[in-house]
Design a protein around this ligand. Structure first.
Ligand code: GAL
Length: 387
């Protein structure tokens, strides 16, 4: 509970400090109303553009961001674009027309927002790329979790659980990656493969389908039924003769859900393969309790929203933003300032605030998720997002 309470206390404190420096933050400002955010008496407007409501985490991100910015005294416009890139473009165009002072964008497709990002840039609106990087130099900052580490945690979990450094093997594995349009998906996959590849090369791990290229194992829109279909095809083609699958790397929870379903319905072996995931979605936490999924990489998106708010506030106050934001904010979670890992174009690095992801399993989920106040546990042992 501690972290959540602290986050709320922080936002209350921030609301007060904003009120102090912006003359109360009410909407009655008598400025010119240009929407450029330079009138201190006027409530500033923040546009929050989320990709979709069909993946659980984005609902949580959207409501945390909306709550945090509102309770800090800002006006917000929030949209979810149904995983439709054209719709996200027009949602953001509407925000620009509404005169937002700051854009926070979680892109559906990191390459497809070029024109609208240029429009925002021309209008002088600062842009925070939220969670997923956008390939456009008008992006001012990037807030995310360390995406590469997400993948290494998944790969390492498989290495440790199969005890690959000691066991003789060989073990069989399959791979399911994320949406090629999502800039994060490649990092997740690369992180995992950097850990797994030495064992694949030595022959201790065998990808029976032979499908190891990102493009061959990617899942359009992170869609559960797409992941399910491919897993069924792989099982029918390579495992129908009783070959055992020991592990299935899945880059996130929505794809893990599809793979777990295929294992349940189409796998003839008697073992339960290791299945990885990411996000801590409710259905996946249930699968972890039931032994159908092994782990998920949890990202405390409430903290990602806290970082975004503090960063947004500093930008809107015209402060120079660098790593000192972290020391000044005094968050009770880890975050690093990284000016080298991400670039929006060749030679154009994007200053990034990166939070730290964490492994959640059946054994530690109460400690990591219930004791921290993010989820509650029911009498059957299942977890539900705290209201
Ligand atoms: C990624 C995000 C992950 C996961 C995935 C599917 O960009 O970082 O946490 O949610 O999208 O939505």
């Amino acid at each position: 509970m501690k972290k959540r309470i602290l986050a709320l206390a922080l936002s209350a404190a921030m609301a007060l400090s904003l009120a102090a420096c912006s003359g109360g933050g009410d909407a009655s400002g008598s400025g010119s109303g240009s929407g450029s955010g330079s009138n201190s008496g006027e409530t500033k407007k923040v546009g929050l553009s989320m990709p979709t409501q069909s993946l659980e985490r984005w609902n949580r991100d959207g409501s945390y961001l909306d709550e945090q910015f509102k309770s800090a005294g800002y006006e917000t416009i929030i949209t979810y674009s149904d995983n439709d890139t054209n719709r996200q473009v027009s949602d953001i165009q509407n925000m620009i027309a509404e005169g937002v002072d700051l854009l926070v964008v979680a892109a559906i497709d990191g390459e497809a927002l070029n024109t609208v990002m240029n429009e925002a840039g021309e209008a002088g609106i600062p842009i925070i790329a939220y969670d997923r990087l956008i390939m456009n130099d008008n992006v001012s900052y990037y807030v995310s979790f360390d995406n590469y580490t997400v993948g290494t945690l998944q790969g390492q979990y498989i290495v440790d659980t199969l005890d690959l450094n000691n066991a003789e093997g060989p073990f069989n594995i399959e791979l399911t990656a994320g949406d090629p349009a999502d800039n994060n998906a490649g990092y997740f996959f690369q992180g995992a493969m950097d850990v797994l590849n030495p064992f694949i090369e030595s022959g201790k791990l065998k990808v029976v389908s032979g499908q190891t290229d990102f493009d061959a194992v990617a899942t359009d829109k992170w869609d559960t039924s797409t992941a399910l279909d491919r897993a069924q095809t792989v099982l029918a083609s390579y495992y129908a003769d009783g070959t055992q699958v020991d592990a299935w790397l899945c880059s996130n929870d929505s794809t893990a859900l599809g793979v777990a379903q295929a294992i349940e319905s189409d796998y003839t072996g008697s073992n339960q393969p290791i299945i990885t995931g990411q996000d801590g979605d409710e259905a996946n936490l249930k699968n972890i309790v039931d032994g159908k999924q092994s782990m998920t990489v949890y990202k405390a998106v409430a903290n990602e929203a806290v970082v975004t708010l503090d960063l947004g506030k500093a930008i809107l106050n015209g402060e120079t933003v660098d790593g000192s934001l972290i020391e000044n904010a005094g968050w009770d979670f880890d975050c690093s300032y990284d000016t080298e890992s991400y670039s929006t174009s060749e030679g154009h690095n994007c200053p990034s605030f990166l939070l730290v992801p964490d492994v959640v399993t059946k054994d530690n989920m109460v400690e990591k998720l219930v004791d921290t106040g993010y989820y509650t546990q029911d009498a059957d042992g299942y977890l539900h997002p705290a209201a």
